[in-house]
Design a protein around this ligand. Structure first.
Ligand SMILES: C[S@@+](CC[C@H](N)C(=O)[O-])C[C@H]1O[C@@H](n2cnc3c(N)ncnc32)[C@H](O)[C@@H]1O
Length: 287
C-alpha cells in the first residue's frame, strides 16, 4: 500500500520497515529481475562515461572506495578494476536482493576485493575512512540528498574525493515535442518519478547539494547521452507497479513491452533522434 507523504511523495508500507523507516526514501523502480536487467543494460551504455570519469577524478590502485547506492554492482566493478587487488571497494545498498545479485556477479568476475554492506545511506557507519566515495543515479532518489552527501563525506579522509553522476531530464521533454507517443510516454515517466519523490533534475541541483554538504563548489561536466535509446521504455517497465499504485493512466502509451519499437518507429518517421536525458558528473575534494 502507498501513502502520500508531504508534497508529491509516497512511501511503501508493509515491507518490513519500521515506522521511522516509513518516512525515508522510496526507490520507485523496485528490485525485480527486470529492474536488475535494466540496471545492467544501463551500465553497458555508461561504461565509458563512468569508467573514464572515475579515472579522471583520481580513483587509482590501492585506494579504499565507497560505492554509494551500489545496486547490482556496476559502479563497484569499474572502481574495483581501478583500485586493483591492493585496494578495496565497499558498496552500500539497502536492498538485499540487489546485494545478492551483486555478490554473485563479483564472485563470477573473481573480484574478491569488493564487498557490500546492506544499509540505508542515511544511517550507515564505518570504522575505517575511505579515500573516495562515488555514486551514480542515487541522489535523485533521496529525500535529503545534501544530508546524505554530508554523511557520506564524513567517512572520506581529508583531501579525499566525493563524486556523483546524476541525470537531468531538462532537455528531454523538449526533444519529445511534436512526437505524440514520446510526449505521452515521457510525461508519464516524469509524472511517476516526480510523484514518487524522485528528482528528475538532480544533475541541475549539484551546486546547492555540494555546498550544503560542506564540500564547496564541485567541478562539473554535462553530456547528453547517446546510444541508450531504450532507456525510457526500460524505466517505464520497472515503474509499472508504481504507476499502478499511483493510479496513473497509461492510455495513449499502450503496452510497455512493445513501446520501444513504437517509439523508434515514430522517431524514424519524424526524422528525429530518440530523445535523451543528460548525464551530469560533479566532484569535489573534501577540505
Ligand atoms: C538507480 S540504482 C543505481 C545503482 C548503481 N549505482 C548503478 O549505477 O548501477 C539506485 C540504487 O540505490 C539504492 N538505494 C536507494 N535509496 C537508498 C538508500 N537510502 N540507501 C541505500 N541504497 C539506496 C536502490 O535500492 C538502488 O539499488
Amino acid at each position: 500500500m502507498l501513502i502520500v507523504y508531504g508534497k508529491c511523495r509516497f512511501l511503501e508500507l508493509g515491507v518490513g520497515y519500521s515506522d521511522k523507516d516509513m518516512a525515508t526514501n522510496f526507490y520507485s523502480l523496485g528490485s525485480s529481475d527486470r529492474e536488475h536487467q535494466r540496471l545492467m543494460r544501463q551500465a553497458e551504455w555508461l561504461v565509458e562515461r563512468t569508467g573514464g570519469w572515475l579515472e579522471q577524478i583520481g580513483i587509482c590502485a590501492g585506494q579504499r572506495v565507497m560505492d554509494v547506492g551500489s545496486g547490482v554492482g556496476d559502479v563497484s566493478v569499474l572502481a574495483a578494476r581501478l583500485v586493483g587487488a591492493s585496494g578495496e571497494v565497499v558498496g552500500v545498498e539497502r536492498d538485499a536482493r540487489s546485494i545478492a545479485r551483486a555478490e554473485a556477479r563479483m564472485a563470477a568476475e573473481g573480484l574478491r576485493h569488493v564487498r557490500f554492506v546492506e544499509a540505508d545511506l542515511e544511517r550507515v557507519e564505518f570504522e575505517r575512512p575511505f579515500d573516495a566515495a562515488v555514486g551514480r543515479y542515487i541522489l535523485m532518489f533521496l529525500r535529503e540528498p545534501a544530508q546524505v552527501v554530508r554523511s557520506v563525506a564524513r567517512h572520506v579522509k581529508p583531501g579525499g574525493m566525493v563524486g556523483f553522476q546524476e541525470p537531468d531530464f531538462g532537455g528531454f521533454m523538449e526533444m519529445c515535442r511534436e512526437m505524440p507517443l514520446w510526449e505521452r510516454a515521457g510525461a508519464l515517466l516524469v509524472e511517476t518519478f516526480e510523484r514518487s519523490g524522485t528528482n528528475t533534475r538532480m544533475g541541475k541541483s549539484f551546486g546547492g547539494v555540494f555546498a550544503e554538504a560542506g564540500l564547496g563548489k564541485p567541478e562539473m561536466r554535462r553530456v547528453r547521452l547517446t546510444g541508450a535509446e531504450r532507456w525510457m521504455p526500460d524505466c517505464l517497465i520497472s515503474l509499472k507497479p508504481t504507476i499502478e499504485e499511483l493510479g496513473l493512466s497509461t492510455s495513449g502509451v499502450g503496452d510497455f513491452e512493445t513501446l520501444f519499437e513504437r517509439l523508434m518507429e515514430e522517431a524514424r518517421a519524424c526524422g528525429r533522434p530518440a530523445p535523451m536525458k543528460d548525464l551530469v558528473s560533479a566532484w569535489a575534494r573534501k577540505g
